[in-house]
Ligand binder design. Structure first.
Ligand code: F6R
Length: 610
């Protein structure tokens, strides 16, 4: 987590750093800071809280601050509470440094630096890295050498942006296991954690690889490999346009991103259907290799893992291949049973989640084939997997994932059809019918679900005062319940749990008291009767029941307090319109409760630490 930015060019860097930090604020917003070259040396401005606090300081104390080169940081606290003194940049009068990642051996290094008469102002691991660079710079007076010697001593993950007092106009950047790009423009060059930070100025960038060090100047970029040899990098082009990373009139990014779902589904799925059949075009994955897989593991975190649950249901139902869904942070330490007969699907919006990346590397070590399903092009997971499928959702800025989840599950439906065909479980005609429904009907169902926004607001009004809430469902509705519950709790701070509807009576039903809201997802025709029995069980104990069901499902009035009827698709695809309305309910509840929808407390979008 944490976002870093740097600019060296012919224009004032200050507004560029601030804008870049705002675009990176989704990576953390505990504090922010910048360090820029001025005539009197390096000026540092940093403060606890949002970037707006830095803007206030600039407006009042630094009105005429101009500088053509500087670095900036927005923090998600790991070591040390959010505070002014723990804010980045860290360092000394000679060097200033910003960091994303975790220096695991910082305690040992701190002892070594203390023995060299260094003292410390913060509780951060980053300050140790900064002082280590300072020490090596003091002895060598050569920034490159100082960085090289320092990073050799660092254990853990880092993306670093460093400036040295005697080298105005130069930004030094290094990375290992945390993302960092170098972006190129006609008016100067940038470093950044992610593309949206620079999209306003350029879409041309290099991806820094593990161990590489870059020197960024106004009119050139020099990159060295781990051994210090000069290397030439290929320039990549991001095809996200700048408006994709703006709110475009919506009150929040989350709302905008929910409304983008129909198009995101079309962009992700349509190019992958040819003559009505799935066309995945995956390096290393021929029909024969797909046929040879005996097991599938889907490994991911949070919402992406929840998309894996839907993928499991779809693949098992259609292709009859056993699928396990694993939490990446657990999987990576459990010595998983994997071999060449296994396919491991790593699902990730950002493509940088530390635990998912580690799970990917571990799966490769075990000889399994790895398939990444990733939204951010060129991200670490996308680059390291044996095969990669992109979800073309465009940039997702709100911390709560919405459109990325919807396209992940859409892609899983497509993969399920492909695997079912290769394993001879469905015919071409059946696949054509299924894919026709996927591409023609699901985007329309989402459009129609979005029209239920007012009804969602009414439901949000009903639940917004609750302290606890439950989502229940059976089968694929339980898969959806888990994501709906996460969405609500992370942005509205209402304690929410999801349960398999039939499991409530084995313990959890004791938590149901008068008025506790229970949202019952009931979209599977063959499970409606069973769900109604479970709904009656909680209703009899005082629950305030809200049922989400198909438009054509008959629901007696006395079954529920509220019924939200959603567009009808075949049962397997019902999670798509269901999640749209459930995301809207979470969104409006958060708004009603006055929460910071796009930047919920304690969270960051890109979780690059374990
Ligand atoms: C919740 C959310 C997170 C992410 C999780 C994995 O709304 O966004 O649970 O899904 O941190 O992130 P990615 O998909 O980037 O690996």
């Amino acid at each position: 987590m944490c976002g870093i930015i740097g600019y060296s060019g012919v224009e004032n860097s200050v507004p560029k750093l601030i804008e870049g930090l705002k675009a990176l604020e989704y990576r953390g917003y505990d504090s922010a800071g910048i360090a820029v070259f001025t005539e009197s040396g390096i000026s540092v401005i940093k403060a606890k809280g949002r970037i707006a606090n830095i803007e206030k300081i600039l407006d009042t104390e630094y009105q005429n601050l101009e500088s053509v080169c500087g670095i900036g940081h927005t923090r998600w606290a790991t070591h040390g509470e959010p505070s002014d003194r723990n804010s980045h940049p860290h360092g000394t009068d000679r060097i200033r440094l910003v960091h994303n990642g975790i220096i695991e051996n910082y305690i040992q290094l701190k002892k070594e630096l203390s023995a060299c008469d260094y003292s410390f102002e913060s509780d951060t691991d980053t300050e140790i890295a900064a002082k280590l660079v300072d020490l090596n710079y003091k002895t060598s007076e050569d920034p490159l050498q100082a960085i090289k010697t320092s990073v050799e001593k660092l254990y853990g993950s880092y993306a670093l942006g460093i400036i040295f007092d005697k080298y105005p106009g130069k930004i030094y950047a290094a990375r290992k296991d945390s993302p960092l790009i170098v972006a190129i423009s006609d008016k100067g060059n940038f470093i950044a954690s992610d593309i949206p930070a620079v999209l306003k100025y350029t879409n041309r960038y290099y991806q820094l690889e593990q161990g590489e060090i870059a020197v960024v100047e106004k009119d050139k970029v020099t990159v060295y490999d781990e051994c210090g040899s000069l290397i030439k990098k290929d320039i990549m082009t991001a095809d996200w346009d700048v408006r994709a990373a703006e709110k475009c009139g919506y009150e929040h990014f989350m709302l905008k991103e929910i409304y983008e779902e129909p198009l995101a589904i079309v962009n992700t799925i349509r190019p992958r259907i040819n003559d009505g059949l799935p066309c995945l075009d995956l390096p290393g994955l021929t029909d024969d290799t797909i046929k040879a897989f005996k097991r599938i593991n889907i490994v991911a975190c949070g919402t992406a893992m929840h998309a894996g649950f839907i993928g499991r249901t779809a693949i098992e139902r259609l292709a009859r291949i056993p699928v396990k869904v694993e939490i990446a942070s657990e999987f990576r330490y459990k010595n998983p049973i994997l071999d060449k007969d296994d396919l491991v699907i790593i699902m990730s919006q950002s493509g940088e989640t530390a635990d998912s990346l580690a799970a990917l590397r571990l799966s490769k070590e075990h000889g399994a084939h790895t398939l990444a399903i990733v939204n951010v092009a060129g991200s670490s997971i996308a680059r390291e997997a044996d095969s990669t499928l992109y979800t073309w959702a465009g940039p997702e800025i709100a911390v709560a994932s919405t459109k990325a989840y919807t396209v992940q599950i859409s892609l899983m439906y497509l993969i399920a059809a492909k695997f079912a065909l290769c394993h001879g479980k469905i015919t071409d005609d059946e696949a054509r019918q299924y894919l026709h429904a996927l591409i023609e009907q699901t985007p329309v169902a989402v459009e129609n679900a979005l029209k239920l926004s007012d009804r969602c607001i009414q439901i949000s009004e009903k639940i917004s005062g609750a302290e606890h809430l439950f989502y229940i469902g059976r089968g694929i509705d339980y898969d959806i319940a888990q994501e709906a519950s996460l969405k609500l709790k992370e942005i509205s701070y209402i304690h929410s749990e999801s349960y398999a509807a039939g499991e409530m009576k084995h313990g959890t039903i004791s938590l149901i008291t008068e008025g506790v809201p229970v949202i019952a997802i009931c979209t599977q025709d063959h499970l409606v009767e069973k769900m109604i029995s479970n709904i009656k069980e909680v209703k009899a104990r005082g629950a305030y029941v809200i049922v989400i069901c198909k438009e054509n499902t008959h629901m007696d009035k006395e079954v529920a307090d509220e019924v939200l009827k959603i567009p009808v698709l075949s049962d397997l695809f019902m999670p798509i319109p269901a999640i749209t309305v459930l995301q809207l309910v979470a969104y409006h509840t958060s708004v009603i409760r006055g929460c910071d929808v796009d930047k919920p407390r304690n969270l960051a979008k890109s979780v690059t630490v374990e």
